[in-house]
Design a protein around this ligand. Sequence first.
Ligand code: NAD
Length: 486
Amino acid sequence: MNKHLPASGVTSLVAGKQGTSSQTSSIIDPASGLEVGSLSHADLATVDAAVQAASDAFPRWRDTAPAQRARYLMKFRELVEANKQELAELITREHGKPVVDALGSIQRGLEVVEFAMGAPQLLKGENSDHVATGVSTRSSRRPLGVCVGITPFNYPAMIPMWMFPVAIACGNTFILKPSEKTPSAANFLAELLTKAGVPDGVLNVVHGGREVAHALVTHPDVKAVSFVGSSAVARAVYEAGTSAGKRVQALGGAKNHAIVMPDADIRSTVSAILNGAFNSAGQRCMAIAVVITVGEAHDMLMPALREGAAAMKVAPGADAGCEVPPVTTREQFEKILAAISSGESEGAKLVLDCRDPDAGKDGKGYFIGPVIFEGVTTEMRIYREEIFGPVLAVMQVETLEDAIRLSNSHDLGNGAVLFTSSGKSAQLFEREILCGMPGVNVPVPSPVAYYSFGGNRGSIFGDLAANGPDGVNFYTRRQVLTSRWS
Ligand code: NAD
């Protein structure tokens, strides 16, 4: 058994010590459906203790030189790098995704750490001498205090690393509330941060579900909340946090559209869509959920897309060559199967149905293979709602303008991708598309870490996206000092 998943279970970490708990839940391996550990949910005393520990640690951490904070992060980066295989295997065991995907997500998290290592530069202010006789003005960025991060199940290491490295680089202290479905990676990261020399109380991990999250979001001593998860919860957290006077950034769900033009290179487009729609079983916030074919692109694309999807290897994430892993929870498994049934009953045409693959035939594990619907309309549930599984909806339109209009009219606007060989079409797409992270000829247009990550419309609540420059703006308050020395 992985040493970071002890038989006694996963507990909250408050200033490096185990927290007390009110209840436990099971940690399940989605490839077998079997319990592989247990999680102790924090009680309210532990929530208070975590906020107290983070408040106590704040003044000293705030006054630690940014260059010293950056050195701790450099050491942390080395330790994560040295332990990444074990961390990836832990993620695979709780989430189900292939180890190679887990490694890729850790790498993306480390890019944020690298960005945050620039703290001395990122925190620099501006200065103007002689704004009046003997008077100068300077701006500075100051930390907020205790910040909270609430994260989803699908990136148990990467999304926490979108948040706490930037927050603590800016001089804040942090409380992480990971998903109760994939909780262990957070403890692993917190332990490595402690090994890197970061003082107790700077990063605390508080486990649990919505009650624990709510207690943190409304706690009077918490200054800011970063949230990533589904849109309904993102909205609720944004409303609860802002009405309690806190700064909140809440990233929500997605229904990313891929537009395929007749001039697209069909071979590479098929490969990109297979990756975007079905790898990680579609459990990515940048997954392709809808394909819009323009004109003749439909007949050019669909045979190869169906054939490619049917040939994808559905297997446990620990198996070499796995392309479509199990989905993470039984709840998610049942929700996806219900969505497929609703597509059928609402009249969409099921052109590929691998919902019952060999990998799940023994009744163990939450395996669903690629499913493709054609003839999907905007009223159907499989179009309107985020499914977050390996289910692709295909729609046909006549022009690029129609396709962009269709994509822009969806409630969610995280990413969108255009496949084309025309620079003119790409320019029109870039100008007109309403989403945070558009892409051209790429499967998953996730920006690198020195840009920020976030959508538009119902995919984000709040003005500032995650990590990158927006992260620094989110985790600091601007101050402008005017002074006279005679
Ligand atoms: P979720 O919304 O169910 O849970 C997210 C987190 O919120 C968890 O830690 C959970 O314990 C907590 N939570 C649940 N209910 C809550 C409540 N009422 N109040 C406060 N906290 C609550 O999401 P999930 O199922 O874990 O993750 C999948 C979702 O996350 C998908 O919708 C996906 O698109 C989204 N996601 C978005 C991004 C992005 O960048 N926009 C990235 C990854 C995942």
